[in-house]
Design a protein around this ligand. Sequence first.
Ligand code: HSE
Length: 417
Amino acid sequence: MRKKLKIGLFGFGCVGQGLYEVLNQSQLLDAKIEKIVVKTKGKKRAIAEENFSYIADDILEDPTINCVVELIDDANAALDIVLKAFKKGKHVVSANKKLIAENLDLLIQAAKDAGVSFVYEAAVCGSIPIIRNIEEYYNNDALSGLEGICNGTTNYILTKTGEGKSYDQALSEAQELGFAESDPTLDVDGFDAKYKLQILLKHAFGITTAPKDVFNYGIRHIKINDSNYAKEKGYRIKLFSKAHRIGPNQIAGFVAPHMIYSNHQAYHVENEFNAVVVEALFSDQQLFVGKGAGSYPTASAVLSDISALTFDYQYEYKKSKVAELPAFTNNFKVKVYVGSTNRSLIRVFPFIQRDEIFQSESYNYATGWVDFGQIRKYNFNQEESLFLAILPEPIVTLCKDESDSVSSEEFETLLEE
Ligand code: HSE
């Protein structure tokens, strides 16, 4: 029999309000929002002030509430709420990717100890049911990789700048439309896409990563010259979260802009849409597409989690239970494009092998293979004069002596200037 859910909702922002409306419209679900706790008093909201409380314990200490839906912005405050909710025997639905990426094993254990469910489909790619599919559909198929667009804001910016809008205008539209994080650095520097990738790594390959292990580089410093290079070569630029099996039993994973050809399944995915291409041993490549940000699309994933809880659903983390877990690695080589206004930076960029170089008065670029382990130590998000993107060639294991031949001294000196 389906469980009746009495919900305590934390947060009434873009997704919280969306959930309120979506839940009121849903005829199919026996679940009711009993209480809503928010942080700020006196803020203008779509429903009357008397619907809100400002005290977390109004939900957490209420024994009639059996499900907490956590949709707040602050990952630290969310951690307190979620752990306390578990202790009080309440199931939890969350959309907080930062909270989950930073504390996943702790949260899994705490939910298990308390005998409750913890589900978070809305935390990864909004309305795309990617976690549930990886958990259930692919549980018997070894995945060789997954990659795709996991951040709606950056895809929206890349689409609009490709149509001629300025970067700043596109970002402010993404903010107005409710796609961007309250601190949009998390979107444009690839942190949000990284948190989502970390969650996918757990479900798809069974591995836990810390945010510092996974390289994230975003689109903040893309220039019109980089977009023009992409157009001339027939590429589109997309911010990808990528994980790929390499070597005997290793998983390479990172977030970076990718230049992709029209034969890539995510090529036509524009605006706030997200896309994940899953590659499995038996089923080969499959594409999942849907709205990855915004009020109703994200709320629809929360609604689906609430519905799953009425059937006592919980993730089983099946890929974590294999005899030999793969190891996360940054030891591989990739082919990159690097563009810069600074000619010297391009000349001394630490390529293992440089394939192409172009220099002019106004802009310079080069392409070639790099030792990923070596370049991941640079904070490219802070390097305004440089833009880097991964080219379509597959990532490959590094040969032993390849990186020894590369000198990065001059490059590092120039970066410091
Ligand atoms: N800021 C996020 C994005 C919201 O743009 O994808 C959805 O997680």
